[in-house]
Write a new protein. Structure first.
Length: 193
């Protein structure tokens, strides 16, 4: 008797396309919060983001072992270390380890810089707050980053200082995502980029 494989909602092509469009809109409007729950069927937002962006041609670094074996099978991406990964998923409520340096791309291929997906408890609650400006933001915008550890913003300032090289940050709570592309300038108590 043949068994059928149940494909989770986030890996179904129509939902991946919807999630991808939501992510594009979040990148175009830095600091806006995109709700993903309508397309995830209870899967965490960070996994939905990976499902929409990754395939067998990319690499992922899972710094805090959040991905399960089944996730890796559906994502089909290869595992990599922090320095070599195109996508990095990590807990954002903890400081990154000292000396971590993601790939930033180079002047001929800045798009090869890493996308870092940071997972926190809640986006829209009092906590870390930054002022953002740049493409997609009229003037300046105050952005609440909830439980994100300040050190990620401090490190981001170093990683994007040679724009267009750098990293893009996607900050997720359980059901939502907020984007801080490398083109966004951030001012906070600990860093300016």
């Amino acid at each position: 008797m043949a068994t059928t494989l149940e494909i989770p909602t986030i890996y179904r092509p129509n939902n991946q396309q919807r999630l991808f469009r939501l992510l594009l809109d979040a990148m175009a409007h830095p600091g806006s919060v995109a709700a993903l729950s309508a397309w995830t069927d209870e899967a965490p937002a960070y996994l939905a983001v990976l499902a929409a962006l990754c395939d067998g041609a990319v690499t992922i670094a899972d710094l805090d072992a959040m991905l399960e074996d089944a996730d890796w099978r559906f994502l089909e991406a290869a595992r990599a270390d922090f320095a070599g990964a195109r996508f990095i998923v990590a807990r954002g409520d903890r400081s990154p380890a000292a000396g971590l340096a993601p790939t930033l791309g180079d002047l001929t291929a800045p798009e090869m810089g890493a996308t870092i997906i940071l997972v926190i408890a809640e986006l829209v609650r009092p906590g870390l707050s930054v002022q953002a400006s740049g493409p997609g933001i009229k003037g300046t915008r105050e952005i609440s980053l909830g439980t994100l550890d300040q050190e990620w913003i401090t490190r981001r300032a170093d990683w994007v200082r040679f724009f267009p090289m750098g990293v893009d940050l996607l900050i997720c709570d359980r059901a939502r995502v907020l984007a801080l592309p490398r083109s966004t300038r951030i001012k906070s108590e600990g860093a300016a980029s």
